[in-house]
Design a protein. Structure first.
Length: 95
């Protein structure tokens, strides 16, 4: 088992609040070899409802294996364009 720190943003929070799941700096215990994609499904979200996964403050693929002590944040679609670049969700065209 591993322990991660979990955060969710925007409308994802309402869904989690309705399920009585903590979503701000919440400590979660998960099985070894767990991925954000598995957690997204377990939390009841579709893949489309989570646009970006941050692991230790960097955008990572949803199939990245989580490790003990990781910080995971889920971000839904709808982040404004300039912030998408700053956060690393979208690459600058032509780079």
């Amino acid at each position: 088992m591993i322990k991660i720190t979990f955060n969710a943003f925007s409308f994802l929070r309402e869904h989690l609040k309705d399920q009585n799941i903590a979503y701000v700096n919440s400590i979660m215990e998960l099985p070894d070899d767990y991925t954000p994609r598995k957690l997204i499904k377990k939390l009841g979200f579709s893949d489309r409802e989570v646009e970006a996964v941050f692991i230790n403050r960097k955008v990572q693929p949803k199939d990245t294996i989580l490790h003990d002590g990781d910080r995971l944040a889920l971000l839904p679609p709808g982040t404004p364009g300039s912030y998408r670049l700053i956060l690393g969700i979208k690459e600058v065209e032509g780079n």
